[in-house]
Design a protein around this ligand. Structure first.
Ligand SMILES: [Zn+2]
Length: 277
């Protein structure tokens, strides 16, 4: 089992990625495997890739498959997310019965600078209530055109963490996927079992924030998703003071576990329509 490297003190000092190459690889794998692709225009120099794949419910061909949204790369110093997206697209082991929407990198300019924020210095994951950043405004405009999702997964990293952990936003108390995700990730990556993580109560690597998004002025992507697009969201946090391969493996297993469990849930839910503002 990998151990803490001890080199990421007060910031991330680990491996960097050539994000343009990773995104080209994502697109190539997606095209090979029958996904459709869209560029979300941000400005004349920047666009965000979005990938879509329509699922099929084999047991009842007319049925609408559950819809899942995945994103990564909103923080430019968290390379494991886009790398996990690339691996998932290359492996192409997505459950047939799910429709998928995938944003493999929401902050390409941040990766070019190896820093959390975008080129203008904005933390894009604090922009989702009143977006000032062009990336976030473009992303929200795109999300508004998409249907509601049964599940949203946001891939992140945390250089302070002692292991993998996740945030679960599940206001209707649906059957939780959190514990099983952690249990399976534990095969490849240590879990942060601290009783508090990032100032929040955690249970065996699962944080269930009880905050009402309306009380918070700086929304992360997940608050926007919970308010407008879904009733079940997980933010997966790989520990970036561990070897990159273990972090990528943790995120890949986390995603695969969530996708495998979703169709098995009793209510096979759909949120009530697209309740965008
Ligand atoms: Zn992050």
């Amino acid at each position: 089992m990998p151990r803490r490297l001890g080199k990421n003190l007060n910031g991330y000092f680990g491996e960097r990625i050539e994000v343009a190459t990773v995104l080209r690889d994502c697109l190539a794998a997606a095209r090979t495997n029958g996904w459709s692709a869209e560029d979300i225009p941000v400005n004349e120099n920047l666009s965000l890739p979005a990938l879509m794949r329509r699922g099929r419910v084999i047991s009842s061909p007319g049925a609408e498959p559950p819809r899942v949204y995945l994103s990564a790369g909103i923080h430019g110093d968290e390379p494991a997310g886009p790398l996990a997206m690339r691996q998932l697209l290359r492996e192409n082991r997505w459950p047939q019965g799910l429709s998928l929407w995938l944003c493999p990198c929401l902050n390409p300019d941040g990766f070019a600078r190896n820093r959390r924020e975008n080129a203008a210095g904005a933390d894009l994951n604090r922009q989702y209530l009143n977006p000032q950043a062009a990336e976030t405004a473009a992303h929200i405009a795109w999300l508004e055109r998409q249907p509601a999702f049964d599940l949203c997964l946001c891939l992140h990293e945390d250089w302070e963490a002692h292991g993998f952990y996740l945030y679960e936003l599940n206001p209707d108390n649906r059957p939780s996927l959190g514990r099983e995700i952690v249990r399976r990730v534990a095969r490849v990556c240590p879990i942060d079992t601290s009783p508090t993580i990032e100032g929040r109560v955690a249970t065996e690597g699962v944080i269930r924030p009880t905050l009402d998004p309306r009380d918070r002025p700086q929304w992360p992507e997940s608050f926007y998703l919970l308010t407008h697009k879904t009733r079940l969201s997980y933010t997966l946090e790989a520990p970036s003071d561990f070897a990159l391969a273990a972090r990528v493996a943790a995120l890949v297993i986390g995603v695969n576990t969530a996708l495998a469990l979703l169709p098995l849930r009793p209510e096979n839910p759909h949120p009530p329509g697209n309740h965008c503002p």
